[in-house]
Design a binder for this molecule. Structure first.
Ligand code: ATP
Ligand code: MG
Length: 367
């Protein structure tokens, strides 16, 4: 799939622009602080309804404005599909094919993008929360219903934690209400964990050989899902539910003492190993960057596999961070098959032959 055109109104430092894109490679050139990242971000937001940079939607609205609008049409299976998203004080409204969507999960699966930005290094060296966010965003793009379970899980988790705090303060309260919430929590937790295992199995199948390729056979990547209960890959849903039930019974008193939920997908993590050593802790900067890159390239293949079309790739400020060999590997992999946006501050950044046929966009102060 690819994005054909984009129009922005009061989005970050753009008052009003309208652009047509090349369906292969687009290079965004501009000095610092002109709007390169903002432009890439807007494409990401058009697809996912939220930014990769901030959880606060109102930051996307131009400082002196009351709303921001992103419009674009994508081409998917040879059909053009208009998308629109508006942010205002009242929240966000997303339209797919001119029809407002009451469920964002439905909207999100329409247009797939993969972003690779400097912050993605945090995927490897950052907190478990960032890795969970990555997994959740990716599964959500492929399986809209996952987003529903995730939202329900978070809602129940909040209620359950509040209740555990009450119990902690007042000893010997009747535990019926807690048990009801525990059952509800497990219902969603089990599905989330089952889907995460499935996703990681696929991701691993793509990422491991890609990593071997980028590192010229020198490095072997492995990844595991670090889960807070005794469940494992391939376990069926009813068994996962049972495991959670038993475990929650065992720790009920401890949870009340602590006043919070101690197990669940909100406590899990994703671990990466290069040549048997944990990359988070022992990997060099280069190994961490290669790991992040392998994951992103794997994601592209995974989406293609699940959706039947390649997603749009956004490479913000990353080419200059990679050495020549990795740069070539990246560009050769995507060549021709993935619509790609590359941002750079200078023409030196477009030395690679793949970029020489690109459409060039010059960005200056939001125009
Ligand atoms: P760099 O090369 O440094 O990464 P960039 O071209 O990617 O620069 P952007 O991150 O796109 O720059 O930001 C461009 C400008 O937009 C910045 O000066 C920033 O302060 C401004 N900006 C950010 N948010 C808003 C907003 N809500 N309203 C108006 N301007 C904003
Ligand atoms: Mg930038």
């Amino acid at each position: 799939m690819y994005i054909q055109d984009l129009s922005l109104t009061n989005y970050r430092n753009y008052e009003q622009i309208q652009v047509q894109f090349d369906h292969k490679i687009n290079v965004i050139i501009g000095e610092n602080a002109q709007g390169k990242t903002n432009l890439m971000e807007s494409i990401y937001v058009l697809a996912l309804t939220k930014s990769h940079r901030t959880p606060r939607d109102k930051e996307l609205i131009k400082w002196d404005s009351t709303y921001a609008k992103i419009k674009g049409s994508i081409v998917k299976r040879n059909h053009s599909l208009p998308l629109e998203i508006v942010f205002s004080k009242k929240g966000k409204k997303a339209k797919l094919n001119h029809i407002e969507q009451s469920k964002l999960s439905n909207y999100i699966s329409a247009f797939n993008v993969v972003m690779f930005a400097p912050e993605d290094l945090n995927l490897v060296k950052g907190s478990p929360q960032e890795r969970r966010r990555f997994i959740d965003m990716e599964i959500g793009q492929i399986q809209p219903v996952y987003v529903y379970h995730l939202n329900q899980f978070q809602k129940v988790l909040k209620q359950r934690n509040a209740l555990l705090k009450d119990y902690q303060r007042q000893q010997n309260m009747d535990r019926t209400m807690l048990r009801v919430l525990t059952e509800q929590l497990i219902e969603h937790a089990a599905i989330i964990v089952e889907r995460r295992f499935e996703f990681l199995k696929l991701l691993r199948e793509w990422a491991e050989p890609i990593h071997t390729g980028i590192s010229h056979e020198l490095e072997k990547l492995e990844m595991t899902y670090d889960v807070s209960v005794d469940v494992s890959e391939g376990m069926d849903l009813s068994k996962i539910v049972k495991t959670y039930q038993t475990h929650f019974q065992d720790i009920e008193t401890r949870e009340i003492e602590r006043g919070t939920s101690l197990i669940g997908p909100h406590r899990d993590d994703l671990l990466f190993y290069v040549n048997g050593k944990e990359v988070q802790r022992f990997g060099s900067q280069g190994q961490q960057r290669t790991t992040a890159l392998s994951l992103k390239l794997a994601e592209i293949e995974l989406i293609h596999n699940e959706v039947g079309e390649y997603p749009v790739l956004l490479l913000d400020d990353v080419l200059s961070e990679l050495d020549n060999q990795r740069q070539s590997h990246l560009l050769n992999t995507i060549q021709g098959k993935v619509q790609t946006f590359v941002s750079t501050t200078s023409v030196d950044g477009i030395a690679h032959k793949t970029l020489q046929n690109a459409e060039i966009f010059q960005v200056q102060q939001g125009t």
